[in-house]
Each structure stands twice: as structure tokens, then as C-alpha cells.
Write a protein that binds this ligand. Structure first.
Ligand code: CA
Length: 513
């Protein structure tokens, strides 16, 4: 990565024909860049400057890859903005032959531990939470009511329980419950209950006449289906609302008693299941925050732990770079299968992957989804892809795992929780107050100006990499240590400190009736 000191620009790969402006006040017109090139106009921070003449049709290169083609002649030093770049076609899936060249085996990393809550199925929680799940939207307000009362009246008596949360959603009835794609929201709800931070003590509120019968949601394989955990509001034993609530609070108190007996114990870093996500990306995301996250991902994998990366539309244009990293042909085929499923899902909605990039991404310097994807996929680090999960599936292998999800922050977060993450790392360039109630979210900013402005919302500043104050490796190690501290309950992330938790959002590609 070359940095020119006077006017800071970053060229990631020597083949690149554009570089990113680092200076917070942008690049003034006439600034000397390199090889005698001067900027032809004023260019804002995060945006691209042409490093050479690009005749119409010439490839525009960033990260050593083609992010588009010059829509007309571009002069050296010119601001290479969105309208000057024609987006390339996505890699044809049928043209990708899974020739595997798995990355070199990474050296193992021993001796790193955290203090977590060991569950009966072997998974480890980093929080000790009571959850009230719901089988249908009809009971959502009741779930809110009881969680508020539990928090106010019961939780103070059980100091070792971190929180009580409601798992609410708009699914459960008025849907084509047997449609092939309904398997996604249903297994998501089943697997959310099994999230390691919930200690096998979830209760389920149902109504009684809904399509998604609450019995379908209990899936503890090592527990006989515990129907005592299911409360149906239409149960004829209940006299009025107060009768329902009394019953629910009694069950909750039993569960709180059991959860309160749990203690943290020393667990190896191999018990970590860390989800990686980004939201509100900018042109810095791919050179600061995401590479540092990728470095930390490699450290977790080297320690024997699990890293989950996702967001189909943000890796689709880089899929030709990911398939060769598959552990075997089966994993390679699964990766291509998930890309193909999503291509057809978008086609059905009459959009393509360019629907992904937001106005904020573009203001932040990203011209299109190809550039965004190349910067996004580096969150996965460099290791072999051990497994691929379809949306809503639960993790079954250690190492680096791709869990197919939309890129939407809330949908991806929900599906990663269902996949079984105990913690999430979230990178942002534009800034978002994003947080999850079920798992701590460590927010990493791609630029220092955001970290300064949002000093109490951002957990780690990766912008120091662009400023030359820290290396990718240094921030990666810092993040790894922060993950262990958060997993141990020794450090509270900003979103938890402030109580900022987004709603869960189910992915339901099946028809609503
Ligand atoms: Ca996202």
C-alpha cells in the first residue's frame, strides 16, 4: 500500500489506476501527487483520483481488480466519480470452475482464553440472557409487557442474569407456511432460540390459532421437547390478561433462578463464534476497518475459533476470488449455489445487485457495488472457507464460515444470531448506532473523523491506519484483544452501555397471504 506524504492518497495495489484521497479536507486542485501528476480539480476525502490517463473503455483498477470502465476519456489527476465509470457485468457463475487453491494453512495460535458461560450443547455464551420468544406477531405487545415487568420487578433479584429480551417478529400467521422458501424464516426462529447467549432457557409465547405452531419452534436436540416452556394466550386455564401474565412471570422466575446459578468459566478462544458485518461503508472501509477485521478473523481462525462472514450482494462481484478458497468441491458448489439463489431472488424482484449501494456509500466515495464488494470481502481474512450456511442455518463447523444473508444490517444481524454467533464485529464508515440485544456488537470506524465525532458510539478507530499512525496488523491485534475482553464481560460495548438495540428482522422470501 503506497502512501504519498504531502497529499495523502492511498493506492492499494501497484496495478491500480486510481487512488483514494486521505486528507480530511480533501485534495486541493493543483496538488502534486506522484510522477509529476497534479490533481486537476478539488477532490473530497474518500474519493478517487486518476493516477494516469484513462481513455474511454479503459479498465478502472482498484485493489488490483477492475471496478469498472472509463465512460469517457479521463485525464490524469481528474476526480473519478460515479458517472465516469461504467459498471462491469458480475462474474458469470457458470463460468467459474471451482479450481481450488486453498490458502496456505495458517500457523495455530495458542494460549488465548476468555471467560464465558458454557452451555450443555458445548457452545459458549458471552452473556447470560433470559429470552421470551414469540411464535406470532399477535403476542408481540404481551412479550413487551412481560419483559418490561421482568426487568423492573424480577431482574434486580437475579444479579447474575444480564438482561431479559423479547424475540419479536412479523411472521407466524398470514403467511404461506408450507411454501418452499418458508423454511428460511422458520428455521431462523428455531435457531435464534438456540443462540449460545440464551443459556437454553428460552420461553415461547404463542397465541393458539396461528399457522406457526409454537411446538415447531422448540428445537433443543438434547432436551426432550419441553412444552412447559410454551405459553399460549388462548389457553382456557387463564382468567383474563392478569392470569396470563401471572403464569408467564412464574415460569420466568424459575428460569431466572437457573440462569442466576451460572458462572463464567475459562474457555479457549476456539469457543468464539464471531460474526463480521459492515454497514454504512465508505471508500476507507476496504483499506482500514475491513482489512483490520480480516486480520483479526485470521487470528480467531488460527486460535481454532469460528468466524462467520455474510452479505451475499457484497461478495457477489468478488465471488471469483472466494471460490478458490473453498476447503473442498462441496463447499465451492455451496458458495455458487447461494450466489445463484440470490441472483434469482433479485431477478424476481426485478432489480439487480446495483440496488445495494446507498446514497451514503456514494457520498463516502464508493462508486458502485463492485468496488464495495472488493472492500467488503476482506473482512473474511485469508483463511480457507470451511463451510457455507444457507440463510437461517446454524453453524456446524469451526473455522471460517460463509453464512448467506442479505446485506441489510438488521436482516444480516438476525441471521448471524441464528447461525449462533456469540459476538459481532461491525465496521462502518458513514456511522450507524447499530446494536443487538442478543449479542455484543463491537463497532469499528473506518475513519478517525467519525471516531472523534461519535466518540461514545464507536468502540475502535481503524482510521488510524489511513493516517499512518497504526498498521493493519496492530489494529487487528487490538480488535482481537477487545473481542476477548468483551466476550469475558470485562468490557462493555458502546451499544450496550447506551442500551441501543435494533429490532430483529426476519428474512422471509416466501409469499405473504
Ligand atoms: Ca450490512
Amino acid at each position: 500500500m503506497g502512501i504519498t506524504e504531502e497529499h495523502r492518497i492511498i493506492q492499494v495495489d501497484e496495478r491500480d489506476t486510481v487512488a483514494i484521497v486521505v486528507n480530511e479536507d480533501g485534495l486541493k486542485s493543483g496538488s502534486l501527487l506522484k510522477n509529476g501528476i497534479r490533481s486537476a480539480e478539488t477532490i473530497p476525502q474518500g474519493h478517487k483520483v486518476a493516477l494516469r490517463r484513462l481513455p474511454e473503455g479503459a479498465p478502472v483498477m482498484r485493489y488490483g481488480e477492475i471496478i469498472g470502465y472509463a465512460a469517457r476519456d479521463i485525464a490524469p489527476g481528474q476526480w473519478v466519480r460515479e458517472e465516469l465509470i461504467r459498471m462491469p457485468e458480475p462474474p458469470q457463475l457458470s463460468g467459474i470452475h471451482p479450481v481450488l487453491s486453498p490458502p496456505a494453512f495458517l500457523e495455530s495460535l495458542d494460549g488465548y482464553n476468555f471467560e464465558g458461560f458454557r452451555n450443555t450443547d458445548g457452545s459458549v455464551g458471552v452473556k447470560n440472557i433470559l429470552a421470551v420468544s414469540t411464535s406470532v406477531q399477535c403476542v408481540a405487545a404481551v412479550a413487551d409487557h412481560v419483559t418490561q415487568r421482568i426487568r423492573r420487578e424480577l431482574l434486580p433479584k437475579y444479579p447474575r442474569v444480564d438482561d431479559v429480551i423479547a424475540i419479536k417478529h412479523d411472521y407466524g400467521c398470514g403467511v404461506a407456511i408450507n411454501a418452499p422458501a418458508a423454511v428460511i424464516p422458520i428455521r431462523t426462529l428455531q435457531n435464534l432460540i438456540r443462540n449460545p447467549n440464551l443459556g437454553d432457557e428460552v420461553m415461547i409465547l404463542g397465541l393458539g390459532c396461528e399457522k406457526l405452531e409454537p411446538q415447531r419452534m422448540t428445537l433443543y436436540p438434547d432436551k426432550s421437547s419441553d412444552t412447559a416452556d410454551i405459553i399460549q394466550l388462548q389457553d382456557e386455564a387463564f382468567r383474563g390478561f392478569s392470569g396470563m401474565i401471572e403464569n408467564i412471570l412464574t415460569i420466568a422466575e424459575n428460569k431466572l433462578t437457573r440462569l442466576n446459578r451460572r458462572r463464567r468459566e475459562t474457555c479457549p478462544a476456539s469457543d468464539l463464534v464471531v460474526g463480521m458485518q459492515c454497514g454504512g461503508s465508505d471508500a476507507f472501509s476496504g483499506i482500514t476497518a475491513n482489512p483490520a477485521v480480516g486480520f483479526a478473523a485470521d487470528l480467531i481462525v488460527r486460535a481454532g475459533g469460528t468466524v462467520i462472514f455474510s452479505e451475499v450482494t457484497e461478495i457477489r462481484d468478488a465471488i471469483h476470488l472466494l471460490v478458490p478458497r473453498a476447503a473442498d468441491q462441496q463447499v465451492a458448489r455451496s458458495l455458487l449455489r447461494e450466489m445463484d439463489w440470490y441472483d434469482r431472488y433479485l431477478e424476481l424482484g426485478e432489480v439487480d445487485r446495483s440496488a445495494n449501494t446507498s446514497p451514503g456509500n456514494k457520498q463516502g466515495g464508493l462508486v458502485n457495488i463492485v468496488e464495495k464488494a472488493l472492500g467488503s470481502m476482506v473482512k473474511s481474512g485469508t483463511s480457507t472457507i470451511a463451510d457455507v450456511l444457507a440463510p437461517g442455518e446454524r453453524v456446524r463447523k469451526r473455522g471460517l464460515v460463509f453464512a448467506a444473508t442479505p446485506a441489510s444490517d438488521f436482516v444480516c444481524g438476525t441471521l448471524q444470531l441464528a447461525a449462533g454467533i456469540n459476538l459481532q464485529v461491525f465496521t462502518t464508515g458513514r456511522g450507524t448506532p447499530y446494536g443487538l440485544a442478543m449479542a455484543p456488537v463491537i463497532k469499528v470506524s473506518s475513519r478517525s473523523s467519525l471516531s472523534r465525532r461519535w466518540h461514545d458510539l464507536i468502540d475502535l478507530d481503524a482510521g488510524r491506519i489511513a493516517g499512518g499512525e497504526a498498521s493493519i496488523q496492530e489494529i487487528g491485534w487490538e480488535l482481537f484483544h477487545l473481542i476477548l475482553a468483551v466476550a469475558s464481560g470485562k468490557h462493555q460495548v458502546a451499544a450496550d452501555r447506551l442500551g441501543l438495540h435494533n429490532d430483529l428482522v426476519l428474512f422471509n422470501p416466501a409469499p405473504v397471504t
